[in-house]
Design a protein around this ligand. Structure first.
Ligand code: 5AD
Length: 519
């Protein structure tokens, strides 16, 4: 039985892809190795979002190959995922001992290619071609291979992104938006629930665009011009030509945008919270349909046995009123939202091609907090985007002070090949990027610490995932608003929804006591 070790870099989508490849290989008779040194096959699932992530994987592969050579071991090695897709054969030119380069539309071919390489039938394989319907092939799960995933699972609902933010390499690594159908996704979620999974996180590069277009659409009719009541987003993107997806009632306008968020001034008046209206009268008198993504959430919500639903990553501009209202309406939808901000400066948001303004972003956070008080809101921010002045950066700081994110992932701008921002004037010096990163991090940590401390003495519901990775004597779970809680637990707690009282906090961690409440 050949053994395989997969190391994953980057986001949850990559983690999910690795899990699907591992499950596929186990089904073909491979065993999972505990370390790279003990494996017949080593695969690195790569991230391209910043240069640093690429260099890490390249260095790692260099070390793996060097060690195998010096120990005279034969090992099949491969790159897969985003960097494999964007660099292709170039990776083998750089590291000639690498055997396999597998692109983001080819994960399902891993077993077939590894069999050929192990049998010596082929010497090198590079496959980074596009493949129709590959978005529906990431579906196998390794439930017993990981304690965490047997309680909580990721489900890939779409691949690709058409937004073309000027800093971002994802359209080049993941391709055009392609969505799976609702019945296909629901079938996978149902199967997971039947196997004991209680929480599902729906994944995609831009989930709010779910179902907005499909490469193999069997419903060729174009969507009717929408009835956007509060349409305030710029919809001028050159590729925003909407195509309806299969099995989805389509509410989008011709420019491919969902129902946009209201202006901040329109929805929160004084202390009153005007709950977002979900349906609006359309131009032709039809009742407005919900966006495909909300239709998907509703369908998954129906599944018995599932307790919690999450999703990531949405785009703030696709966060329609129907989605905000879904938080108030669907109890299984956890009160947590990851809203990638990128910058608090309108000037930069425009240069980044984000499609929303600072005010609209603020309006969205207020609406979400109205729909679900206590909602956990996290974000991504880039510092040192080309042309970012001290004033632009100050606006990011002030927005963070206003929103009070529960956490923010801060990225120093990294020029990516073939992206418009890489060629923009006024690239910000590395020292300035570092200094801004440091200042923003201090602010984010200070705000987050305050927010975490506010939990002390409160009772929260957690879903217990299993023993903590750092200390097996402790068990770990998450609150509905996505905060990690550690407590003195045991196997009997795994998979349980339980109430704990928060006693103290650590760095982005809550410590709870279940005994005080119900055990
Ligand atoms: N440089 C720095 N950060 C980037 N991100 C995406 N592209 C870049 C880049 N070129 C960040 C964004 C995104 C997150 C996943 O990575 O903040 O939301």
């Amino acid at each position: 039985m050949p053994s395989v070790f997969i190391k994953t870099y980057g986001c949850q989508m990559n983690e999910r892809d690795s899990e699907a490849v591992a499950a596929q290989l186990v089904a073909k008779g491979y065993v999972l190795a505990k370390s790279e040194a003990a494996a017949d096959v080593v695969l690195l699932n790569t991230c391209s979002v910043r240069d640093f992530a690429e260099q890490k994987a390249i260095n790692k592969m260099g070390n793996i190959l060097g060690t195998a050579r010096s120990e005279k071991r034969t090992q099949i090695t491969g790159f897969m995922g985003c960097m494999a897709q964007s660099r292709g054969r170039e990776l083998i030119d750089r590291l000639p001992d690498v055997d396999l380069v597998l692109g983001t539309q080819k994960f399902h071919r891993a077993a077939e290619y590894l069999d050929e390489l192990l049998a010596g039938k082929r010497d090198k394989i590079v496959d980074v071609d596009a493949e129709a319907k590959s978005e529906a092939t990431i579906r196998e799960h390794l439930l017993n291979g990981s304690a965490k995933t047997s309680v909580s699972a990721f489900v890939s609902i779409m691949q690709g992104c058409n937004q073309h933010c000027t800093f971002c390499i994802v359209p080049a690594t993941r391709g055009e938006e392609r969505s799976r159908t609702i019945p296909d996704i629901v079938a996978e979620c149902r199967e997971l629930a039947a196997r004991g999974v209680r929480e599902i996180t729906l994944l995609g590069q831009i989930v709010t665009s779910y179902g907005r277009r499909a490469i193999n659409s069997t419903t060729p009719s174009a969507p009717k011009p929408g009835n956007i009541q509060h349409s305030t987003f710029n919809t001028q993107h050159p590729t925003a030509e909407a195509q309806p997806a299969i099995n989805i009632q389509h509410p989008m306008n011709a420019a491919g945008e969902g129902i946009s968020v209201l202006d901040a001034s329109q929805q929160v008046t004084g202390s009153r919270c005007e709950v977002v209206q979900e349906s609006t009268a359309s131009l032709d008198g039809e009742k407005e349909k919900k966006s495909p993504f909300v239709q998907l959430l509703e369908a998954v919500h129906e599944i018995g046995g599932l307790e919690r639903i999450r999703f990531t990553s949405p785009h703030p501009k696709g966060y329609g009123d129907d989605l905000v209202a879904a938080y108030a309406r669907l109890p299984k939808l956890c009160e947590s939202a990851h809203l990638p901000l990128q910058s608090g400066s309108d000037r930069l948001l425009k240069l980044m091609h984000r499609g929303y303004t600072r005010e609209k972003f603020l309006g969205l956070t207020r609406k979400l907090r109205c729909a679900r008080p206590g909602i956990g809101i996290t974000t991504d921010i880039i510092v040192g985007f080309p042309g970012e002045t001290e004033d632009d950066f100050e606006q990011t700081l002030s927005l963070c002070r206003e929103v009070e994110f529960d956490n923010a992932y801060i990225f120093k701008y990294s020029p990516r090949r073939d992206t418009p921002a890489a060629a923009m004037p006024d690239q910000v010096p590395v020292t300035v990027r570092e200094e801004r990163n440091h200042r923003l991090l201090e602010l984010v940590n200070e705000i987050a610490a305050r927010k975490y401390d506010a939990f002390i003495g409160r009772q929260v519901q957690i879903l217990v995932e299993g023993p903590s990775r750092k200390n097996a004597a402790r068990y770990t779970g998450r609150t509905r608003c996505n905060k990690i809680v550690l407590f003195d637990g045991g196997e009997r707690h795994r998979g349980q929804l339980m109430d704990v009282k928060i006693e103290r906090t650590g760095s982005f961690t809550l410590y709870g006591d279940p005994a005080v409440v119900n055990l």
